[in-house]
Design a binder for this molecule. Structure first.
Ligand code: NCD
Ligand code: ZN
Length: 346
């Protein structure tokens, strides 16, 4: 199989930033994806439907009239989020979920939830209104090793949450461990997970062996090879609980190369092509469309996209840098070759 045509995929986890930064990256996603779930961690964060809709208009302003790209907005959950905001999300098709960041867990998460107990009544209400909760699943406790923070989050926060509010739809974002794969696989159908291209392709050696590579630093942090293998198995298995979310998160090169290095990897430049390479390497191209174009839509209750994309098996070189609002950005796999090439979108 040297060409592959897919229902145009959706990216269920994307950071677009704002202003000139957004202008330089949004086209990469719009070419490859029909819809994207847009993360709300701007500074200040997007906490109301009104702000989300303004942000959505700013995104669409950078695209042509009929872009074939539908940004699905999210709100940043805080200790102070009110029920009226949940109602507004439930009633608006352009805003699809709340994002739960434990305060301080990652880039721009200072206003996140300080303790799950503070939002339990609100989460119960979200379950009643069937509004999904997207979770950044890491504890922030300084006493917990950075490589264990996802596993400990599952034990201390997620597992009790799923027990307490079984009817809440939850997406465990950017799963990075075998523990997460096992938990999500065994959880009720209302619990699903996204998986990024970088966590499918790399283990922590890519960040720490033979010299520290800040361009491979993201959160949750890259893990051991056994975890990468569990993610590849989950993504390629066809299990409808696992679907595509790039977590593409651009930072200018100076924020990556000068300490402290910001967490985030920019992969939107070749996202679907990189996923295709992973699936191809596992002889699983036949399950790529489920992962990329069907499973997430089904979980969110969205119709399948009507457009398609076509890729060809052809080597091309990912550039060393991309211009980013007057700065430079180093894309994921910079200077390396990618095995699949996007031909056209219809
Ligand atoms: C994201 C960012 O830069 O906004 N960074 C990252 O490493 N993934 C935030 C996030 O999703 O954790
Ligand atoms: Zn993210």
């Amino acid at each position: 199989m040297d060409t592959i045509t897919l229902i145009k995929p959706d990216d269920f986890h994307l950071h677009l930033r704002d202003g000139a930064e957004m202008a330089s990256v949004v086209h990469d996603s719009a070419r490859r994806f029909a819809r994207a779930v847009i993360m709300p961690n701007l500074v200040p964060p997007i906490v109301s439907v009104e702000q989300a809709l303004d942000y959505r208009r700013r995104i669409l302003a950078h695209l042509p009239q009929d872009p074939g790209f539908n940004p699905l907005m999210t709100l940043y959950l805080t200790d102070d989020t009110g029920r009226d905001e949940v109602d507004r999300v439930a009633e608006n098709e352009q805003v699809c979920a709340f994002k739960y960041y434990p305060a301080g867990a990652t880039t721009n998460s200072a206003s996140g939830v300080t303790a799950i107990g503070k939002v339990m009544p609100l989460l119960e209400y979200m379950a009643q209104r069937d509004v999904p909760l997207l979770v950044h699943g890491e504890v922030t406790d300084a006493g917990v090793d950075v490589f264990d923070r996802e596993k400990v989050f599952i034990e201390q926060v997620l597992s009790p949450l799923v027990e307490d509010i079984g009817s809440l739809r939850i997406v465990f974002e950017h799963a990075t461990t075998r523990d997460a794969v096992q938990f999500v696989t065994g959880a009720p159908a209302k619990v699903a997970a996204t998986i990024t291209p970088h966590h499918l392709m790399l283990n922590r050696n890519a960040m720490l062996s033979g010299g520290i590579n800040p361009h491979h630093y993201c959160l949750p942090i890259l893990k051991r090879e056994i975890h990468r293998q569990a993610l590849v198995d989950a993504a390629t298995s066809g299990n409808p609980k696992f679907f595509l979310g790039t977590d593409s998160a651009p930072h200018p090169v100076r924020s990556k190369e000068k300490p402290p290095c910001c967490a985030g990897i920019y992969n939107a430049y070749a996202a679907i092509e990189l996923y295709a390479s992973v699936f191809d390497s596992m002889d699983s191209l036949d399950t790529l469309e489920n992962f990329a174009s069907r499973n997430g839509a089904r979980f969110y209750g969205l119709p399948l996209n009507t457009q398609t994309i076509t890729m060809r098996r052809e080597r091309w070189r990912i550039p060393d840098t991309i211009s980013f609002a007057g700065n430079m950005l180093v894309p994921f796999r910079a200077g390396e070759s990618c095995q699949w090439k996007l031909l056209y979108e219809r």
